[in-house]
Design a protein around this ligand. Structure first.
Ligand SMILES: Cc1ncc(COP(=O)(O)O)c(C=O)c1O
Length: 389
């Protein structure tokens, strides 16, 4: 661990001031000037509550279009609190393999049966959800903290609906950054109504401190009465709650729009733009050159086109009513993973194969495609092409 001094977008390490590309403070909202720095003396349930909490929680409920919200001392504790309150030992929890440590920990403590599905792999989720468990929970992030990619929330919502599951979304990295007015990843994908429980952090897009959940009133009431990480810990100091309120009411929408405008404008001026992986999927339309940061280190810098080519190998699964015969020379860039009657799984590099070609080729064999899915959350373009062909 290095000693650091952070100052807006800068960080000083060993007397060297650098641009801080590892910061979660995506918008850089100005710190508020809070005069009275009150520390809470105990848990909110004892003597640590203050009217500021309710003010912030009402704002957050509106922000997420939910009945109620509850502020926790951190996002980590919000995840522990809500998951351990809701999930019981006979339940089944389906958790993305790249979920944040706090979600993994919460699932472990809950004592439920945990089924880890492959990262963003909807086929794996679909097969693992088929069990006799009475209550099923799907837990995912909005923008994944490790890789910066988006979860396939549209498909997750569909699968959750079909299985009558409860969907918990940790949107720590999409909150205040994506969607109308920064409402988050579910809003961005148009599925906000399908999410049962939102959890998030106040320390990332908002640049403050703390965590929260937003959900139905009875879920929040349950957490107030059951969450150990809410009950048995000191309340978030009021000055931090007030700080979050000020930041929430700030010009954050203008900052959010500015974030993307800056990226585009710098690029137009020929400046190399280095994005954190959180924005990788949107990078293509924004700039010519991008870098990928992993834990603060620049691990790749290339033209956007080359870089995306390198990471855009897709795996596509076709559910078919027969066996597909792959002998066509024009499909040679295809890597067949599984080909048996009823199912064909292939991988291909996006730039080397037009998936439409493959669909046409299958259709010509009198083999009907009844379902098609991809591993990277980018289902739509495949579906669009499927309808066209
Ligand atoms: C996805 C995700 N959830 C929760 C947290 C925890 O948030 P906090 O820092 O407020 O405890 C983080 C923080 O890194 C995160 O990335």
């Amino acid at each position: 661990m290095n000693d650091t001094i952070t100052n807006g977008p800068y960080i000083t390490i060993n007397s060297k001031t650098l641009i801080n590309l590892s910061s979660n403070d995506y918008l850089g909202i100005k710190p508020s000037k809070i005069k009275k720095k009150q520390n809470q003396s105990s848990s909110r349930l004892i003597a640590g509550n203050n009217k500021s909490f309710k003010i912030l929680e009402n704002k957050l409920s509106k922000h997420k279009s939910q009945e109620n919200s509850l502020v926790f001392p951190t996002g980590y504790m919000a995840n522990l609190g809500v998951i351990t309150s809701l999930v019981k030992n006979n339940d089944l929890v389906l958790s993305d393999e790249k979920n944040h440590a706090s979600l993994i920990e919460a699932c472990k403590i809950s004592d439920a049966k945990i089924s880890i599905f492959k990262h963003n792999n909807m086929d794996d989720l679909k097969s693992k959800i088929k069990t006799s468990a009475k209550r099923k929970f799907i837990i995912t992030e909005g923008i994944f903290s490790m890789d910066g990619d988006f979860s396939n929330l549209k498909r997750i919502s569909e699968i959750s609906d079909k299985s009558d599951a409860i969907t918990i979304l940790d949107d720590a990295h999409g909150d205040f950054i994506l969607g109308n007015d920064g409402k988050g990843t579910a809003n961005h994908f148009g599925v906000s109504k399908k999410i049962d429980v939102y959890t998030s952090s106040l320390s990332k897009g908002l640049g403050s401190f703390g965590g929260y959940i937003s959900s139905k009133k009875n879920v929040v009431d349950l957490c107030i009465n059951k969450s150990k990480s809410f009950i048995y810990t000191s309340a978030l100091p009021t000055f931090l709650v007030d700080d979050a309120i000020k930041r929430f009411d700030s010009d954050r929408e203008a900052k959010r729009k500015n974030l993307w405008k800056n990226v585009k404008s710098l690029n137009k001026q020929g400046v190399t733009i280095i994005l954190t992986t959180h924005y990788l999927l949107e990078a293509e339309e924004m700039c010519d050159r991008i870098g990928i940061l992993n834990k603060g280190n620049l691990v790749a810098l290339d033209s956007t086109k080359n870089l995306l080519k390198r990471i855009q190998t897709k795996i596509v699964t076709f559910v078919v009513n027969g066996k597909v015969n792959i002998e066509n020379q024009s499909l040679k860039s295809l890597n067949v993973i599984d080909n048996q009657p009823g199912q064909l799984i292939v991988s291909y590099e996006k730039s080397l194969l037009n998936i439409e070609e493959l669909i046409n080729y299958i259709n010509k064999q009198n083999v009907k495609i009844s379902d098609i899915s991809t591993d990277d959350g980018n289902l739509e373009d495949v579906f669009v092409r499927l309808t066209k062909s």
